[in-house]
Design a protein around this ligand. Structure first.
Ligand code: ZN
Length: 74
């Protein structure tokens, strides 16, 4: 199996990471959506966190289709 190029953030660290970048509140308030399918992002379905310019982040949900599509577009 080919290795993914995107660094994974372990689930245990996810909450701490999101807190540190001030994104945890946004996710808990249902204000973040999957970049590909626009599904609501929650702590349970985050697959990828993609840093953007400035202080914002994009998210990809745990749908295999979304992850694959994102990797293809890189
Ligand atoms: Zn998605």
């Amino acid at each position: 199996m080919e290795k993914k190029k995107i660094p994974a953030i372990f689930k245990e660290d996810l909450q701490n990471f999101l807190q540190s970048v001030n994104e945890l509140d946004k996710i808990e308030q249902s204000e973040r959506f999957c970049l590909l399918c626009s599904k609501l992002i929650s702590l349970k379905n985050i697959q990828l966190i993609i840093p953007r310019k400035g202080d914002s982040y994009d998210y990809v949900c745990d749908s295999p289709t979304c992850v694959e599509e994102y990797n293809h577009n890189q």
